[in-house]
Design a protein around this ligand. Structure first.
Ligand code: FES
Ligand SMILES: [Fe+2]
Length: 384
């Protein structure tokens, strides 16, 4: 190969690399995402996490308040997680600049002398709002923070940040007992694939066959009503599939009908509630983008049904594992950038998800109200 040809090839490769590197990874900003379990931030330990390709350092102040900063010192970029945390401020390991953990405002630059005019308090590390709910540390991934080119100036947060999501509990008073458990698993795929996998009604008989859940030959035609809800859609309240043993047991326990409602809400939440008489079960699965090629399912469930936590976990883990194995295999295929398709009606929820996402971005771009892709209730039919 001639020298000139080689140079052109190298240049092309660089352009390609840059385009891939800069391509919009398709994340939804300005939403809360679970970063860690609350139990992972203890004492004066600094812990790291990655959300939407942003490296974060998290911890808890001596007053018990969880915080999240960009894991990068605004001075020279060394991860702040290598530094020291005294319960109030994080000290960078390189030149000892100190940042207030909750505001990320710089409070000390040890190298300054009396002559220096630099206004220390005008310097900020990257900072993200942080709340704890249901045993998770949630971080509000604000687009403003990400775009703050001059990180040192401190980013402006949107005026109103929505409250962090909480799992619905159906207790009638604070003495009501319920059980709660958490599970998580990583998927080697883009968040969109994780989400459409989560809402996909047609894979059940193939991926999740088992004697207690359902058998492959129990496949039958289903008809479900869906309705639009803000930022999402709902599988309207209905009596769940008669081919699953757990629902049959529940019905026998209370003698009352079992009903279930499943919601999907942007950016990434699937909420399910099941009721039968006074008994209830509530669960939430979120699919959180870590990187463009990695996402994580966080699953939390609470219930007042007589069901030991360990037993539930045995089944839930198996269920998640089946999904995870399938997605690992799917990732093998997706590496080659195949053409894909979405079919009616089984893939309609996936189409709604992509439309919701696109319409939300469009409304943010134009400032016009978001157009919902559904204009009313819809009945979908599929076999599963
Ligand atoms: S790099 Fe952090 S203080 Fe210099
Ligand atoms: Fe599944």
């Amino acid at each position: 190969m001639s020298e000139a040809a080689r140079t052109i090839l190298q240049q092309n490769a660089e352009v390609a690399r840059e385009t891939v590197g800069d391509a919009d990874p398709g994340f939804l900003w300005d939403f809360w995402y679970p970063a860690l379990r609350s139990s992972e931030i203890r004492g004066r330990k600094l812990t790291t996490a990655v959300l939407l390709e942003v490296p974060l350092v998290l911890g808890r102040t001596t007053d018990g308040k969880a915080f999240a900063m960009r894991d990068s010192c605004p001075h020279r970029g060394i991860p702040l997680s290598y530094g020291h945390f005294d319960g109030q401020t994080v000290e960078c390991s390189y030149h000892g600049w100190r940042f207030d953990a909750c505001t990320a405002r710089c409070v000390v630059i040890p190298s300054l002398t009396n002559q220096d005019k630099l206004k220390v308090e005008r310097i900020f590390a990257g900072h993200y709002p942080c709340e704890e709910r249901d045993g998770y540390v949630w971080v509000y991934m604000s687009a403003g923070e990400r775009k703050a080119v001059n990180a040192a100036a401190g980013a402006r947060l949107p005026d109103a940040i929505p409250v962090a999501p909480a799992l619905p509990l159906f207790t009638t008073n604070s003495r009501d007992k319920y059980k709660i458990t958490h599970l998580s698993c990583e998927l080697p795929s883009h968040v969109d694939q994780g989400i459409i996998g989560l809402m996909d009604p047609a894979h059940g008989p193939f991926v999740h066959q088992s004697w207690y859940w359902r058998k492959r030959h129990s496949i039958h035609e289903k008809e479900k009503q869906f309705e639009p809800i803000p930022n999402g859609f709902r599988m309207s309240k209905h009596s769940p599939s008669s081919n699953s043993l757990p629902y049959q047991l529940l019905k026998r326990m209370t003698g009352e009908p079992v009903t279930t409602t499943i919601d999907f809400v942007l950016p990434n939440q699937r909420l399910e509630e099941i009721h039968s008489g006074k008994l209830w079960f509530s669960s939430r699965a979120t699919v959180t983008p870590v990187r463009r090629d990695l996402c994580r399912i966080d699953f939390v469930a609470a219930w007042n049904v007589f069901l030991p936590v360990w037993l539930f976990r045995v089944f839930a883990k198996k269920f998640l594992r089946q999904d995870q194995e399938t997605m690992i295999r799917q990732a093998e295929g997706l590496k080659h950038d195949p053409r894909l398709m979405l079919i009616d009606d089984a893939d309609r929820p996936a189409k709604w998800y992509f439309a919701l996402k696109a319409n939300l971005l469009e409304s943010r771009r134009t400032g016009a109200p978001m157009v919902h892709p559904m204009d009313g209730p819809v009945t979908l039919r599929w076999r599963s």
